[in-house]
Design a protein around this ligand. Structure first.
Ligand SMILES: [Fe+2]
Ligand SMILES: [Fe+2]
Length: 175
């Protein structure tokens, strides 16, 4: 498509984010199924549902703009998926995989937060109020998920290191 105006760029970024959400919707359920922490697993499953709504909201944005999304692949989200795939190939221990999943979810949310923040700024400048509202709904859920997974990651890291030290101390005492 033509790429000459800020609106062209906005539509491009909107389509890119729609592609990202499709990739993320597929990425969350399999890794959530491997996660050993209940809070993280529940948060990921709830966010998978929210992600389906993010897709609907983005489709509603295109409708409000009377535009069709350009067919494209978000290489950023594709990269996040590849990071997960590559890590799983390392055959991590279950609790390490869980800690990794929290971090990967955090990175994904940061990517989405930055995407939506930029889109909202541009939609405001373009005077697209309905679009701003829809994008803000998505952004709020990304921010909430980001906070949740960040807290889980800290807790899990602490728990793992504590139990590792306890095991080391027990082994030293036994020896
Ligand atoms: Fe999302
Ligand atoms: Fe998200």
């Amino acid at each position: 498509m033509a790429m000459n105006t800020p609106r062209d760029l906005f539509l491009h970024e909107l389509a890119d984010t729609l592609s990202a959400e499709h990739i993320i919707a597929k990425m969350i359920p399999p890794i959530a199924g491997k996660v050993k922490d209940e809070e993280l697993r529940d948060a990921m499953r709830a966010h998978a549902k929210e992600t389906k709504q993010h897709i609907k909201n983005l489709e509603a944005c295109f409708k409000a703009l009377s535009e069709q999304p350009e067919q494209m692949v978000c290489h950023g989200a594709e990269g996040l998926q590849k990071e997960v795939d590559a890590f799983l190939e390392e055959q991590p221990a279950a609790e390490i995989l869980t800690l990794f999943a929290a971090g990967a979810a955090g990175k994904t949310e940061q990517y989405e937060i930055e995407s939506y923040t930029g889109l909202i700024d541009m939609a405001k400048l373009l005077g697209e109020k309905e679009v701003v509202k829809l994008l803000q709904e998505n952004l709020k859920q990304e921010q909430a998920m980001s906070k949740t997974v960040e807290a889980v990651e800290k807790r899990l890291g602490k728990e793992l290191i504590t139990s590792m030290r306890e095991a080391e101390a027990a082994a030293a005492n036994a020896g």
